[in-house]
Design a binder for this molecule. Structure first.
Ligand SMILES: Cc1cc2nc3c(=O)[nH]c(=O)nc-3n(C[C@H](O)[C@H](O)[C@H](O)COP(=O)(O)O)c2cc1C
Length: 373
C-alpha cells in the first residue's frame, strides 16, 4: 500500500467516529494533499457537497444535523412569497403532499439510488411562520457552513404583469434576516398550470426576476433554478441566456423533470443524464457563469461528473431522503453522515479516491481530466 493510500485509510477512520471532524477539509489537505475548497457564486465553501432545497430543510433542527454531519451547506425549502397585506398570488404552491413514495430505476436492482415521487410543492407555511424558521436556520450560517435561501413569488401568465410588490416585500423580509444568496424556484410542477408555461413567457420570467430581486438590494446573489422543460437543449440554453441577460449571478442546473404520465416530477438517472448535458453546454456557452448542479447524485463519481462539466458545487436530496436498500460503508451515525462518507470515500466511486487516481489536487483540476461517469 502506498503512503497516500495509507493516509487515506487513516483519514477515513477519523470520519467513521461518532462525530464528523469539523476540520475535515484541512485533514484531507494534510493527509492526501487534496484541496476540496470551492465556491457557491462568490461564497467560499469548504467542499462541494450541499443539501438541496426540499423536505430536509424545512426545520432548523434538520439544518443543525446537516451542519454537524459535515456538509458544506444547504439551501432552505422554497418560501412562497406574499405582499405586505398577506396576499399570496401563488397560494396553490403551498400544497401539502398527500402521498410520497420511493421508486428505483429499473436497472438499480440493489436499490442504491432512491428517487422520490410525491405530489407536494413548495413550503406550506405563510410568510410569518416561514420567516421564524428561516431566521433560526440562517443563524447557523458561518465561515464553514453556507445557508442559502430559496423562494418563488408571482409568475405571471403571458398577458399579465408581474406583481412586483410581492417579490419586493418577500425578498426584503429574507434580506432583513441575513440572506445574501437566493435561489429562485421556478417550480417544475408549474407544468400543471399549462397556460403559464409558454415559451416566450418562461423566457420573460428568467429575464425579469433577477432584476426584480436585485431592485431590493443589488448585493443579493440571485441563482434562478432551471426548469427542465422538454423542448430540447436549445431552449434550455435560451433560458440560461435569458437569466444572464436579466442579471443572474449564476444558475442552479436543473430542477426535476415533470412527467405528465406520472402526474409528478422524476429524478434518478434520467435527470442526471439530462442535467449533466445542460451543465456542460451552459458552461461552454457562459464559461464564467457560476453553476450549482443538482439531480441524480448518488456517488462521488456522479459528483465528479458535474464538477468536471463545469459546476462549482453540487446539491443532493433524493439520496438523503429516499430509502437506500444497499448497505452503506459507514454502519453508524446519521444517514447524512453515511451518505457523505460514501460520496467521499467509496473505494471505486468516492470523490477522494477518484481525485487521487487522476492526480487532481483541487476541484478545478477535475475539469482537465477525462473520467468515466
Ligand atoms: C420532495 C422534494 C421536495 C423538493 N422541494 C424543492 C423546493 O422546495 N425548492 C426547490 O428549488 N427544489 C425542490 N426540490 C428539488 C431538489 O432541490 C433537487 O434539486 C432535486 O430533487 C434534484 O436532486 P436529487 O435528484 O438529488 O433529488 C424538491 C425535490 C423533492 C424530491
Amino acid at each position: 500500500m502506498t503512503g497516500a493510500n495509507r493516509n487515506l485509510k487513516q483519514l477515513a477512520r477519523q470520519c467513521q467516529q461518532k462525530n464528523w471532524p469539523e476540520n475535515f477539509s484541512d485533514l484531507v489537505q494534510e493527509c492526501v494533499g487534496i484541496d476540496l475548497a470551492c465556491f457557491y457564486g462568490k461564497r467560499h465553501l469548504k467542499h462541494p457537497v450541499l443539501v438541496a432545497p426540499g423536505q430536509l430543510t424545512v426545520q432548523a433542527s434538520q439544518v443543525v444535523k446537516i451542519k454537524e454531519s459535515g456538509y458544506a451547506g444547504c439551501i432552505l425549502k422554497s418560501a412562497v412569497g406574499e405582499e405586505e397585506n398577506g396576499y399570496c398570488s401563488m397560494v396553490f404552491q403551498r400544497k401539502k403532499a398527500s402521498w410520497i413514495k420511493t421508486v428505483y430505476d429499473e436497472e438499480d436492482l440493489c436499490g442504491r439510488e432512491p428517487i422520490i415521487h410525491w405530489d407536494g410543492r413548495a413550503d406550506t407555511r405563510n410568510l410569518d411562520q416561514y420567516l421564524l424558521f428561516a431566521r433560526k436556520a440562517r443563524s447557523l450560517d458561518d465561515q464553514g457552513f453556507f445557508v442559502g435561501g430559496s423562494l418563488l413569488c408571482h409568475l405571471p401568465g403571458p398577458d399579465e404583469e408581474f406583481h412586483e410588490k410581492e417579490w419586493r416585500f418577500t425578498v426584503g423580509k429574507l434580506q432583513e434576516i441575513g440572506f445574501d444568496t437566493l435561489e429562485i424556484d421556478f417550480c417544475p410542477t408549474l407544468e400543471k398550470e399549462s397556460a403559464l408555461v409558454e415559451k416566450a413567457n418562461i423566457l420573460r420570467w428568467y429575464r425579469t426576476v433577477p432584476a426584480l430581486v436585485k431592485s431590493v438590494d443589488p448585493g443579493i446573489a440571485v441563482f434562478p433554478k432551471m426548469l427542465n422543460l422538454r423542448w430540447g437543449l436549445d431552449f434550455q440554453l435560451e433560458m440560461a441566456s435569458a437569466a444572464v441577460q436579466g442579471g443572474a449571478d449564476g444558475l442552479v442546473v436543473a430542477n426535476r423533470i415533470y412527467l405528465s404520465e406520472l402526474g409528478c416530477t422524476h429524478g434518478g438517472r434520467m435527470l442526471r443524464q439530462q442535467n449533466l448535458l445542460q451543465v456542460r453546454e451552459i458552461h461552454r456557452a457562459f464559461p464564467r457563469l457560476p453553476i450549482s448542479a443538482t439531480g441524480g447524485i448518488y456517488s462521488g463519481r456522479h459528483m465528479a461528473g458535474y464538477l468536471q462539466a463545469g459546476a462549482q458545487n453540487i446539491q443532493l436530496l433524493s439520496y438523503l431522503m429516499g430509502r437506500v436498500k444497499a448497505p452503506f460503508l459507514l454502519k453508524n451515525g446519521y444517514k447524512f453522515q453515511q451518505v457523505l462518507f460514501e460520496l467521499f470515500f467509496h473505494p471505486e466511486d468516492g470523490l477522494i479516491p477518484l481525485m487521487m487516481e487522476n492526480g487532481c489536487q483541487n476541484i478545478w483540476q477535475l475539469r482537465e481530466v477525462r473520467l468515466l461517469v
